[in-house]
Design a protein around this ligand. Sequence first.
Ligand code: ADE
Ligand code: ZN
Length: 343
Amino acid sequence: MSITMREFLHKLPKMELHLHLEGAILPGTAADLARKNGITLPPHDRVEDLYHYENLKEFLDIYTAVSDSVVSADDFRRITFEMLQSCASNNARYVEFFFSPQVHLPHGITFDTMIDGITAGMDEAKAEFGVESRIIPGVNRELGPSAGEELLDMILARGEERLIGIGLDFNEAPFPPEPYAALFARAAKAGLKVTAHAGESGPARHIAGSIDALGVRRIDHGYHVVTDEALVERCRELGVLFTCCPSTAAVTSPWHDLSAEHPIRKMADAGLKIMINSDDPPMFGTDLAIEYIKSAEMLGLTPAMFRQMALNSIDGSWLPETEKSALKSSWSQEIDGLIAQLA
Ligand code: ADE
Ligand code: ZN
């Protein structure tokens, strides 16, 4: 029996390593939570109408406003469960997701309340769909390193094993990575993994800075790497994983056209380790399956490239090495079986 390319893409075993919990809030859930908690969302007819932007800054304003509707531990449980339900329905079997504690802290919501709710949602999704997940608190680069240090204190005090690492996000271009060097060194010393958004709206030197000053070997987005050939070579040698997100890239980076000329395709062609993710799925009208379909139909990524990206995702994930090798062999077999069925 043969399968179509879309069936192949759906059935592929997947990881999701670049998704923001608050960016995954469904419009109906945002409306429910805002009503329940007495939060006023920006003026709109339908909540979906808020989910339109011209650039990263405009998006982040809406992301923050919608995030404000999440208040109680049960609200965090609900959005986590719904996010993982969508991942599981698209065959994502392992998820490392960001969330933005510094959006909620100023409203008096404690870090423990957030983590109580998020871990409850993770447990529920694991029981119902078998999807395994880990949490990456994102440090807001707009707020400065000392606010980040306070957040790191909270992460370490919580002692939750599934708080696996930290990220660096929010408005990239005006906020280079270097001021966060000491914070990232302390996190790594404490056993946390590290990753950073770079080369999305900001230049290639933010990618180099994240590698050199922050010690990351994972870059979230990274499209500007294609503007610096020497950096491409370096990233290839270091085996840096780029977690690319096509729908977001078309809005928040300078390359709006998802075609074979897009940096994501060029990065794959240059032999960089890339993978496909969904970033803020409902907020960009997408989900993981749609990102895979866009990658095939608009960027022209091939079945062999999807196979390679699945292996890249395992390599760049923060699972223990023994689990990585077991997954690599079982997923390779599974994907070879799917490729053999392609019409
Ligand atoms: N937070 C959520 N999505 C983001 C993105 N694409 N870039 C930076 N910060 C983000
Ligand atoms: Zn992101």
